[in-house]
Each structure stands twice: as C-alpha cells, then as structure tokens.
Ligand binder design. Structure first.
Ligand code: ADP
Ligand code: MG
Length: 327
C-alpha cells in the first residue's frame, strides 16, 4: 500500500479518538440527526459509527476512501468558505491505510445498500447489502500494520478518556443531533437532541452546572462582516475546583485558541479572581472568509484574520457582563 497515505495517516490519525472525531464529523456533515458510536477496548479493537445521514451511493463508495477525494469542495476558492467540518478529503483514506475498514451505506432513495471493505489500504470488491438508510463505518484493529503507532496506544481507560472528550466536543457543537456512546456493551453517553447549547451542557455535565451559567451575547459588525459571540460562562465567584471546562465553538467546530483562553483569564483577573479555571462554553460565528481553518490537519487550531478584534470583543463582552451581573 501507499507510503504517502501512511504518512498522511500518522498526521491525522494519532489514536482511536482521532478516528472517532473524523468519522463523527463526517456523520455531522452528512446531515445526520442521530449518530451512534460503539467502542471496544478503548477503540483499539473497534470503532463503529452509525448515522442516519444522506448516505453514499454505491458508485461513490470507492471515491469516498480515495486520497484527497472530498465531495465537499468544488474548487480552490471553496477552501476559504468552508462550511462543513471536513474538506481535505484525506481522513477516510488515511484510516483505511492503517486498519481494517468496513463501509456500509445507503442513500434513502436507493433500494439497496453497498459495502466496501479495505484491509490495510487494499480494497475488496464492492458488494450489495441490505442496510438501513445512512452510513455505518467500522474500524477494526487500528494500527495493526503500523507497529510503532500501535505501541503508543495507552490503556483502555486513557484512550476512552480521549474518545469521551472527542464526543463531548462534537456534541457541544451540534446540540440538535442525538449522540450515543457505547463502550464494551455499556452505554456511556446518551445525549438526546436538544434545541440549545445550555441543554446540551446539562446532559453532559449535569443540570446544576448548566443552570448556574451566565449567558453572554454580543455582535461586532463591520460592513457586511459580522462577528457573533454567544454562549455561557460560569459565575466567576462560584469556585468549581479544578475542573477545566473551556470550550470554544467556531462556526460549528470546537477549536483551541490560546488568545481567547487568555481573554477569559483577563476578565476573571479583573475581578481579582485568580487561580481559578474559568468555565465557558462559547459560540463564535463569523464569516468563513475571516478565518483560515486549514492551518492544522486536524483543524483544531485556526488562524483569525484579525485575532485582536475577536480578543477585544470577548474581553469586552465578559467585562461588561460581569459588571452588570450580581455575582
Ligand atoms: P472530507 O470529510 O474531508 O471530505 P473524508 O475522507 O472524511 O473527507 O470523507 C470523504 C468523503 O466520503 C466525504 O467528502 C463524503 O462525501 C463521504 N463520506 C464520508 N463519511 C460519510 C458519511 N457518514 N455519510 C455520507 N458521506 C460520507
Ligand atoms: Mg471528513
């Protein structure tokens, strides 16, 4: 099989949680309203993701797992207006290279489904199968053919921690989707579809935390460019121990951004509350042209065209909210 793909795989697929993230992102992109994730042995033995999304037609299956094949971008310009979670078209190809992959899918308007199996990058002929509308992807024995990677797998518990975190992030970014996570036959998370972020926070972290959150909202407009900030922060004067819950959702994707973390810290410091971890769940919506999400292969980090402007908006919004709230 292909060396370039194997290298690419290492870049995107670090551990079972990366597989979960890539597969679930595809399910979200497919318009699914229900996504079920099944794990065996921390994902090293099995990661299965089933969705009720748009499905893949039989004659497109092969293409879906081909390197740099994506149905989500028509031309290079589209790279700058990315609206879906995926767009590089390398996740499935990379995963297929380092696992035993079975892809089963049926678009709702097709009578028969189709199945494609790939072992270590080598595809078997496509077979017709009966299956519900939507897509199921099973990844077995991740890294079975890359011993070095395999060696870096940690305990089931550690890998499961990363998977749970991946699901948490994806679920926060898509509250309208029903998610479930099952490990070793045990249901770990069942997250019913809800209409807003606060309810999803409640399902994930408990009603007590969710109910105590302070809602923030602001908009910054320049011509036809808009930066909308909304979401929730914990009441800074309620200590929450060392629970580090900080999530920033940018245009539907949870990202990591140090400068925004810093703004949060600043707002708390203004209240002379140091040494605490500010809890926040923030939604940032801005025109895709103001941000480059293609910086990092896993899309965890982004580059803002004007990071300072976003920093100021967040800090300003938090400060005025804290000033006007009886903390
Ligand atoms: P990307 O998401 O960057 O396009 P992927 O390798 O993750 O690349 O997926 C390749 C293609 O396979 C997608 O563009 C999509 O057309 C198809 N695909 C993958 N998973 C699903 C799914 N769950 N439902 C529908 N289509 C899917
Ligand atoms: Mg993808």
């Amino acid at each position: 099989s292909n060396v370039v793909n194997k290298i690419a795989a290492g870049e995107v697929i670090e551990r079972p949680a990366s597989v979960v993230k890539e597969l679930v992102e595809n399910s979200v992109d497919s318009g699914a309203t229900r996504i079920d994730v099944t794990i065996e042995q921390g994902g090293v033995e099995l990661v299965r993701v089933t969705d009720n999304g748009c499905g893949i037609a039989a004659d497109q299956l092969q293409l879906a797992v081909a390197s740099h094949a994506t149905s989500k971008i028509a031309d290079a310009d589209d790279l700058f207006r990315v609206g879906t979670l995926g767009f590089r078209g390398e996740a499935l190809a990379s995963i297929a290279e380092v696992s035993r992959l079975v892809l089963r899918s049926r678009p709702a308007d097709c009578e028969a489904g189709a199945e494609l199996e790939i072992v270590g990058g080598r595809a078997e002929p496509i077979r017709p199968v009966g299956c519900p509308a939507g897509t199921t992807i099973e990844i077995r024995q991740l890294f079975f053919n890359t011993p070095v990677r395999h060696k870096f797998m940690r305990t089931t518990q550690t890998e499961m921690g990363h998977i749970t975190e991946a699901i948490t992030r994806l679920a926060l970014a898509a509250p309208h989707v029903h998610f479930s996570l099952t490990h070793g036959g045990r249901l770990v998370h069942d997250l019913p579809p809800v209409s807003n972020l606060r309810e999803r926070i409640g399902s994930l972290f408990g009603a007590e935390l969710a109910d105590g959150l302070i809602e923030i909202e602001s908009a910054d407009e320049h011509g036809d460019q808009q930066i909308r900030l909304s979401g929730y922060v914990a009441n800074p004067s309620h200590s929450r121990g060392n629970n580090r819950l900080q999530y920033l959702i940018l245009n539907g994707r949870v990202i990591r951004d140090r400068s925004l973390q810093h703004a949060l810290g600043e707002a708390y410091r203004g209240l002379l509350l140091t040494g605490r971890y500010p809890i926040c769940f923030l939604n940032l919506e801005l025109s895709p042209s103001l941000v480059d999400v293609n910086v990092h292969p896993t899309k965890l980090e982004v580059r803002f065209q004007d990071g300072g402007r976003i920093y100021s908006q967040l800090l300003g919004t938090l400060r005025s909210k804290f000033l006007s709230t009886d903390l």
